[in-house]
Design a protein around this ligand. Structure first.
Ligand code: FAD
Ligand code: THG
Length: 813
């Protein structure tokens, strides 16, 4: 059962029936095929390029799929190309960065000069622009026709489409969906996929599922006849020039035969009160998703449009509307299954651009249990609890509307809402001048201004080179001092935001044995670095599992997706409890060569190498505070992660800080942390590897215990080894020793794009910038490559990893 016959519902029906599911019903409250939803009037511009690999892949699939469709010979995709123009130097630089993303994700794109732009789109004033990004394979989706083409195809395979049928309830029993309620009675269904677009929250509410999206109105207007367009297009072709974006003014354009359509994000965010939508009979003129055009909001857009396209100076706006569609807290779509009612899925907050890609992913999830394209930025369970609050969703989604075309630095934090979640050390961090960035609602120190004086003390070998303007943003040279002190003395890192799960009960061991690649039946006090794989052997997370009791484990995880996963995997007999203990606890990483001296001075417990081995956990007391100490370090230094309950946190920090004065202690932040972990070769899940990669490709084969039977993903890895993989996460250093890159840049091998950067940082210990990148396995250490940074190629070399302490001397001593 699919709820919603918009572009998403129609694509899901098509993708499911294409895979042989022939008992698919699609219900829509509106008439078919124009239901009155967002799809009914979508102008259908498909610009593929995005900072996200997944979203770009979705868009490319959508374009190629729609290109193969027609309705009685009439096109579904008009591949006119896409052109994004720059009117400022910053935007031109941004277009180069976007060209890099396109290249990284496999879409051909080029940055062209103003004359070439005007040749492709003669309505442009070439004197106003500095250049453009041209993507030949972009184009226009005829969304309403795509729906017809897909509905016909799905119907030919057995699907049933039914309009004018509103779903008013979701039936379920024993935690499983059983059907949907409509005015005509209950329709049974064992799987329900809600593709309700901006009605998603209302549909989710029927079973108590949070759907964190906000319906916002967005203006779209059409001009009267433009003389320059007369005779260029036919009623059928509609358009011939590339679709156009003018991001500096939050505008986009397309042709409608001899008129221009103008979309604007240049107005105030206009959240929609769902209770005020026109109710009653839906028709082409009375669509709930089309609100009255508010002319005054369009005025600045019109003025700017006339500047970019001088032909508009004698034109006028003939019609317009405020159309509704969905925005989310981070701009990504929402895909996933209800945590409470299995069989109830959602696929919402999806653009036409990504619709086929999202639908294919949903079909694969339902049928194969996994999507070939990784979904961590799309999974509805990626949000933390505080991020599901309607006030949070509203504020952040509106901010996303405002920033939709802005040039955003990868480290740029949101300005608001902030201070949602703070660790017990927050007050001390603030005193030390912490510069906080935000993640998952947590405030995380990036560096501490209190360490500024240390920059002058840096030995010559540790003094970092000057940075270019872009890579210097949201960065400070203080990170070098913090890295230096971590490697030479001792530093405190606030690890509180790291997701922690307690998995306990008589079935806990069996659950972990089945869901991870490592041996879990070890002595109490053992800690294991391990992987959770999907059925195809893709890495769904990397974890540390500490056995704190016979039936009690503490899992260091990567995020809410891990919580959701273990909850789903836990047997229904109640023999396992999966609890998120992150908020009630806190964690300090005490790392550096003086770490042992420091903690020993505050404790009667024995922290010697013999008594407290690497990757062991113990209950100890430090400074009078009961602590679970784990001897491991993501920064690759001697030391411990110290866990205690939140109430004890501040006292623990203060005890370490006071005693630490004799040991050269500092507080250190994420900037140093990221640099140190890359030097040590430690991967970050979601950035360096995802479900698209197997452990051997990711350089994590050591964590797979092939002798162990029956864990998820094992069968898929039979015959796979370090020697069989065709691509690998490789460590690169930048040849000039100076140019830092930031991630997602394309990497060229023998002059051709061959991969992309995942994580990068300046390696303070080794004195060169480091980049990890996916590359063909043939790119062995010594191989020369080039990284594209804006419009430049930066020479780099594949090197053996890790760069620091490959023999584990520091960390194990
Ligand atoms: P919809 O098309 O809204 O479909 C949801 C369906 O669910 C509706 O038909 C609705 O009737 C049905 N439904 C809801 N509740 C119930 C219920 N209780 N029972 C039964 N049925 C129900 N995207 C692009 O990619 N490119 C663009 O250029 C573009 N331009 C846009 C311009 C404007 C002005 C607007 C408003 C949107 C634009 N979009 C664009 C966004 C795009 O239109 C939407 O993201 C997309 O159409 C959403 O598709 P959908 O199938 O999820 O939603
Ligand atoms: N601490 C804890 N849990 C975590 C992280 C953490 N879980 C999520 C994430 N971070 C996992 N990532 C890593 C990566 C590397 C290591 C630990 C967590 C690590 N690796 C050793 C190595 O490769 O040398 C493993 C050695 C071994 O297996 O014996 O330490 O930061 N609690």
């Amino acid at each position: 059962m699919i709820i919603g016959a918009g572009i998403v519902g129609a694509n899901v029906a098509d993708e499911l029936t294409a895979r042989g599911w022939d008992r698919v019903t699609v219900l829509d409250q509106g008439p078919l095929p124009l239901t009155g939803g967002s799809t009914s009037h979508a102008p259908g511009l498909v610009f593929q390029t995005s900072p996200s690999k997944t979203m770009t892949t979705f868009a490319s699939y959508t374009a190629s799929k729609f290109l193969s469709l027609d309705v009685d010979g009439e096109w579904c995709f008009n591949q006119v190309g896409g052109l994004e123009v720059a009117t400022t130097e910053q935007r031109l630089a941004e277009l180069h960065r976007r060209q890099g993303w396109a290249t990284s994700w496999g879409v051909a794109a080029s940055v062209i000069d103003p004359q070439e732009c005007a040749k492709l789109h003669p309505l442009l004033d070439a004197d106003r622009i500095l250049g453009g990004l041209y993507v030949e394979s972009d184009g226009l989706a005829k969304a309403s026709r795509v729906v017809v083409a897909l509905a016909r195809r799905a119907q030919s395979r057995g699907a049933v489409f039914q309009g004018s049928t509103k779903v008013t309830g979701i039936e379920h029993s024993g935690g499983r969906v059983t059907g949907v309620a409509t005015a005509n009675g209950v329709v049974p269904a064992d799987i329900v996929v809600s593709c309700g677009g901006f009605w998603g929250p209302d549909l989710g509410a029927l079973i108590g599922m949070d759907v964190p999206l906000l319906p916002l109105a967005h203006q779209y207007a059409k001009t009267d006849q433009i003389p320059e367009l007369v005779g260029r297009n036919t009623e059928l072709s509609e358009a011939g020039f590339p679709i156009l974006r003018h991001q500096d003014q939050d505008l986009y354009f397309r042709e409608h035969v001899d008129r221009l359509g103008i979309g604007s994000y240049a107005h105030r965010p206009m959240p929609v009160d769902m209770s005020e939508l026109p109710d009653g009979e839906i028709s082409a003129d009375a669509m709930p998703s089309m609100l009255q055009f508010t002319e005054e909001d369009f005025a600045p857009a019109w003025e700017q449009s006339q500047k970019l396209l001088p032909c508009l100076q004698t034109a006028k706006v003939e019609s317009g509307f405020n159309g509704i569609f969905s925005f989310t807290p981070d701009g990504g779509p929402l895909i996933g299954e209800s945590p409470d009612v299995s069989g109830f899925w959602i696929a919402e907050a999806v653009w036409v651009t990504h619709s086929a890609g999202v639908a294919r992913a949903v079909a694969q999830l339902l049928i194969d249990g996994r999507s070939e394209v990784e979904l961590h930025g799309c999974d509805v369970h990626r949000f933390e609890d505080v991020q599901l609050d309607p006030g949070y969703v509203s504020e952040t989604s509106q901010q996303n509307f405002v920033e939709i075309y802005d040039i955003l630095h990868p480290l740029q934090p949101k300005e608001s809402p902030r201070n949602l979640r703070v660790s017990p050390f927050h007050v001390r961090q603030t005193e030390l001048g912490a510069v906080f960035l935000e993640s998952g609602g947590w405030e995380r120190p990036h560096w501490f201004e209190a360490n500024a004086a240390l920059v002058d003390e840096l030995p010559v070998a540790w003094q970092p080179p000057a940075r270019d303007e872009w890579s210097a943003m949201f960065h400070s040279r203080i990170a070098a001092a913090e890295a230096w002190r971590t490697r030479t003395a001792v530093a405190l890192y606030d690890m509180t935001p790291l997701k922690r799960l307690e998995i306990s009960g008589p079935g806990a061991l069996a659950l972990l044995e089945r869901t991870t690649t490592g041996k879990m039946d070890k002595s109490v006090g053992s800690v294991t670095y391990t992987l959770a794989l999907d059925e195809a052997g893709g890495v769904r997370s990397d974890l540390t599992v500490a056995r704190l009791g016979a039936d009690s484990f503490q899992v260091g995880a990567n995020g809410n997706l891990d919580l959701d996963y273990f909850r789903r995997q836990a047997p229904s007999d109640g023999s396992v409890t999966v609890r998120d203990i992150t908020g009630g606890t806190c964690c300090i990483g005490v790392w550096g060569p003086r770490a042992r001296d420091l903690v020993s001075a505050l404790s009667r417990d024995d922290f010697s190498n013999e008594a407290f081995k690497y990757f062991r956990a113990k209950q100890v007391r430090i400074g009078g505070v009961p602590v679970t100490a784990m001897r491991l370090s993501y920064v690759g230094e001697l030391g411990w992660e110290l866990y205690t309950s939140a109430d004890n946190g501040l006292r623990l920090w203060d005890a370490l800080w006071a005693e630490g004065q004799r040991h050269g202690i500092i507080a250190a932040g994420r900037a140093a942390f990221n640099s140190l972990r890359l030097e040590k070769g430690y991967r970050s899940w979601g950035t360096d590897m995802t479900t698209e990669h197997n452990p051997y490709e990711a350089g994590l084969g050591f964590a797979v215990r092939t002798q162990k039977d029956g864990f998820i993903g094992r069968d898929a890895l039979v015959g796979v080894s370090d020697d069989t993989v065709e691509r690998r996460l490789a460590c690169l250093t930048i040849d000039d020793g100076k140019q830092v890159v930031l991630g997602s840049e394309p990497v060229f091998l023998d002059g051709s794009p061959a991969g992309y950067v995942t994580s990068a940082a300046f390696g303070h210990t080794v004195g060169v910038p480091i980049a990890y990148a996916w590359l063909p396995a043939t790119a062995v250490p010594g191989t020369k490559v080039e990284i594209q940074y804006f419009d430049r190629r930066v020479p780099a070399t594949v090197v053996a990893e890790p760069l620091v302490d490959p023999e584990m001397k520091k960390i194990r001593s």
